[in-house]
Design a protein around this ligand. Structure first.
Ligand code: IDC
Length: 349
């Protein structure tokens, strides 16, 4: 038994014994039943986390506690500052049971939309992250904390804030087996792999100082498309996944070929964001290309999260703009991309 599992068991036992918490595993989730951040209760019976436990990276694969390749599939939020309503136990419950997903990505923009480093209320944003992690944990889902670099282009611009943020998060979640850290969504506009590596070489040790076996996802140059640069010069740490992002109406054969080449070289890849439309997040969907992509990812057992869980009037948002429900959506509450990805997730065992 590794140290993290042992600590989790002890903490889980103590929480139950001394705090008198009664757990009701099953399909009904009371908000008050969510454990508070920093404590770990046993994952609900039959949940993805109960069955697959602590994940780690072996060769090209993300593997579960039995050492078998394990795919995470789920939704990414839009910016949590902009659409905080979907960071909720009811929403995640729908995603877990109706949508058949095992993972959720919490996108924390660093720059735009009251970003964490551009005037956003940091305490409120961290509370939202905690609410997201607690909601996912109570359902036995995996959760990605995504430091959503985009307008700020280079993760080094806000490196000090990133270090402080990830130190705090990893201290809080060191005993959680279901939390993954994504340290820079999409470096872009000419930021080199060298610069990303130098950032990663500070942030990864900061996380690992608290959580020695945390799984970390690292963004790659050109909006997380240049995984070939990571394959040519991978980081020297274990439990690292490299991000590849695609938008089906923009990125086609050439990027799939790159993914296949890198995967067959043994590069561990995580598609932490993809869209069925074009790279603007809007425009027409290309479901033919999206199918080819997801079949390829399934064949290589590569994990993926779909952009985005919101009702913004753009084609990548999966909820219809005129639907304000935050859970229990019917097909008519979903956008075209929402209907498609919902069916895709449900088709998976
Ligand atoms: C988009 C959102 C859109 C927002 C825009 C700018 O869908 O509502 O106005 O960001 O902030 C990415 C990014 C992701 C983008 C998405 C679509 O990671 O933040 O979201 N995209 O443009 N990379 C490629 C595409």
């Amino acid at each position: 038994m590794n140290a993290k599992k042992y600590r989790s068991l002890i903490i889980g036992f103590l929480s139950v014994a001394f705090l008198g918490i009664t757990l009701f595993p099953g399909h009904t989730l009371a908000a008050s039943a969510a454990p508070s951040s920093g404590t770990v209760s046993p994952a609900p019976d039959g949940s993805p986390l109960a069955a697959h436990g602590n994940l780690h990276v072996e060769g090209a694969f993300l593997v579960d506690c039995q050492g078998n390749p394990y795919q995470l599939r789920g939704m990414s939020t839009h910016g949590i500052a902009w659409f905080p309503q979907y960071v909720s136990p009811e929403t995640f419950q729908t995603l877990r049971y109706d949508w058949n997903t095992n993972c959720i990505r919490l996108a924390l923009y660093t720059d735009e939309y009251n970003g964490y480093c551009s005037g956003g209320n940091q305490e409120e944003l961290k509370s939202l992250i905690k609410r997201g992690v607690d909601s996912a944990t109570a359902l036995g889902m995996y959760v990605i904390i995504d430091w959503h670099v985009l307008n700020d282009r280079d993760p080094n611009v806000h490196k000090e804030e990133a270090l402080a943020f990830f130190r705090e998060m990893s201290a809080l979640y060191k005993d959680h087996q279901n939390v993954l850290y994504e340290i820079c969504n999409e470096p872009n506009s000419g930021v080199s792999w060298d610069s990303i590596q130098s950032y990663a070489r500070e942030v990864i040790p900061a996380i690992r100082a608290n959580d020695s076996d945390a799984v970390v996802i690292v963004g790659t140059p050109t909006w997380s498309q240049d995984i070939d640069l990571a394959a040519a010069a991978p980081l020297e740490y274990d439990n690292i996944l490299y991000a590849l992002h695609f938008y089906a109406a923009t990125h086609k054969d050439w990027l799939r070929q790159r993914l296949e080449a890198c995967a067959s070289q043994g590069l561990p890849i995580f598609v932490s964001e993809f869209g069925t439309c074009d790279a603007s997040g809007n425009g027409g969907n290309d479901f033919g290309q999206a199918s080819q992509w997801l079949q390829l990812l399934d064949r290589h057992q590569i994990s993926y999260c779909c952009w985005n869980l919101a009702n913004k009037a753009e084609s990548s948002s999966v909820i219809s703009p005129d639907c304000s429900k935050i859970s229990g959506w019917n097909p008519e509450d979903l956008s075209e991309s929402g209907k498609w990805i919902f069916e895709y997730f449900r088709s998976k065992t």
